[in-house]
Write a protein that binds this ligand. Structure first.
Ligand code: 9D3
Length: 243
């Protein structure tokens, strides 16, 4: 997947290039990231990209000419849909993420200050996207959240670990609890069933825990999900054990 990012802080995206799963995706050629800095399209000698809002008020607004030049350059190189990270967009969810992960290329626009001149959004941006109902200082971290989540959906980036149905939220449930060595830590033992090697018993225990943890912590997720007979039985058992 090709991802072009329009940002006045291109150095922040070293995080994507240099760390973790996104770094591996870049090394494998599954992710190609390109950065476009509106500052380099600024004509004035201070390389300004912002100015005061018409109508007055606090803060600064990103100016249209520099933003538009950077977005058009990115779009011509990418041919992908242009998505602006914005608190005004619909909140990203798993279903939207899956749709976006099917795209061969995307242009992400990250804003700073109080926002971007509305004429840029009206004429150069296809969609807006928020990462949640809280405010951060700019679109760069939200863009990186989206990039990392997209990379997890790309086929073959980290072998079967990355397969869509190994992922929580693809099955609509939270994770089951995980344990590793040592077998006893500060007096607490690993659940006996996980030490036995009975794979069917382990599968049932994990499904029961995933259902139970979801019921305890995110009951809203269970409401919009159909349950098989086995799942209903396991959740009933879990509830009986957790009064
Ligand atoms: C009081 C007006 N603010 C809107 C809530 C102005 C404003 C603050 C911070 C406008 C933009 C920003 C920077 N945030 C983002 O660019 C952003 C964001 C966010 O703040 N929360 C959740 N998702 C996103 S995506 C981009």
């Amino acid at each position: 997947m090709r991802i072009d990012v329009v940002t006045i802080f291109p150095q922040m995206f070293a995080t994507v290039r240099e760390y973790g799963m996104t770094r591996i995706a870049v090394e494998q050629g599954a992710l190609a990231m390109h950065l476009w800095d509106p500052r380099s399209y600024s004509e004035d000698s201070y390389k300004r990209v912002d100015d005061r809002p018409y109508g007055g008020g606090p803060g600064m607004v990103m100016q249209a000419p520099q933003m538009v030049k950077a977005i058009r350059a990115a779009r011509e190189a990418s041919r992908g849909k242009v998505i602006c990270l914005s608190p005004q967009g619909p909140v990203l969810n798993y279903s939207r993420l899956r749709e976006l992960s099917e795209e061969p290329a995307l242009v992400l626009v990250a804003g700073r200050y109080e926002g971007i001149d509305q004429r840029v959004l009206d004429n150069e941006v296809d969609d807006e996207l928020s990462i949640g109902d809280y405010v951060v200082a700019g679109g760069e971290l939200p863009a990186m959240v989206l990039i990392e989540a997209l990379v997890r959906q790309l086929p073959g980036v980290l072998g079967n670990e990355n397969s869509a149905d190994a992922d929580s939220f693809s099955n609509g449930l939270l994770d089951w609890p995980h344990f590793t060595r040592p077998e006893v830590f500060e007096g607490e033992r690993v659940p006996e069933v996980l030490l036995g090697g009975n794979h069917e018993e382990i599968r049932r225990w994990r499904l029961k825990e995933a259902l139970g943890q979801t019921w305890l912590k995110r009951p809203d997720l269970l409401e919009c999900r159909n349950m098989s007979d086995e799942e209903q039985m396991l959740l009933a058992e879990f509830k009986a054990e957790h009064p």
